[in-house]
Design a protein around this ligand. Sequence first.
Ligand code: MRU
Length: 347
Amino acid sequence: MIDAPDRVCAIVWRENALELLDQRLLPGVVHYQRLTTAADVAHAIREMVVRGAPAIGITAAYGVVLAARARYAETPQSWQTRIGEDLAILIQSRPTAVNLNWAVQRMAQVMAGLVGDPEQQLLAEAQAIHREDIAANRRMGQLGAALLGERGAVLTHCNAGSLATGGYGTALGVVRAGVAAGLIERVYADETRPWLQGARLTAWELVQDGIPVTLLADAAAAALLRQGQVRWVIVGADRIAANGDVANKIGTYPLAIIARYHGVRFMVVAPTSTVDLQMTNGAAIPIEQRAAEELLNLGGHPVAATGTEVWNPSFDVTPAALVDALVTERGVVLKPDAAQLARLMLL
Ligand code: MRU
């Protein structure tokens, strides 16, 4: 088992199966789903039992272990030819977070060189991906906290914490390191409509760690930034294009605009597994459209007239020009652009 770096643990490999903290039920119910097939793992990613770009990458890596176990049991001589469809289903389970594809490709590379029963070697690789993610988050926490400067408040959006990663978090990793260093006095968390990752997950996660958190409606962010206590907006990312454009939870782009208007700095924290050099700029990034029900209902109750049409993109793209700092495990890039990102990815 991987040692959890904080109180919250979203992904656990226990007794030969994958256990996922069901994030749809938080904060009311803490329940782990036990999964033993790759199809169940893909379904759990699609249905957001687990979510957040690094977390779904790690989950898919464990999904590859389960797929290999089943295919090897079926046909030990030719399991490698049949597993391709399982990998495709895992990769397609959500379209925007590139960590999913990155993790499955890394598992496929290990798979290519295997002889005999593949399970233990693939499990070792999935656990390495999991451990490396936690280590990257700790490193980014230190690097991001070093940028914070004078003590103050920060604002975050969605959940880029332990729940969204192998542990410790990206944006919330910087928060954890910043709080430990005495540089953050309070975290403001956008509720993050429509799925409420901020209200249901970020506030819960920070309360577990005793970090002061204040929840606000997304629409209150501009009024908050005008007040002047917030020094940084700190967010994660689902995919970063070669020019530094950032796809992240819907509502990130307007935050970047209001941050610039009010002179508040904007920090994106993401491991290099989130950088996709195949995407020249953010316009090429596939944006997931989610079900109309997420907007038409709230807590199981209808909030719009039957027959209302819905536009529900799950992510938006923040232009690189609005990003003051990109923090990765390989280092910090100030005012990211294509040349700096290309250099970073060669390190
Ligand atoms: O739809 P979600 O909850 O998977 O979206 C998550 C985000 O947008 C996160 O900010 C991003 O994946 C980074 S998580 C470290």
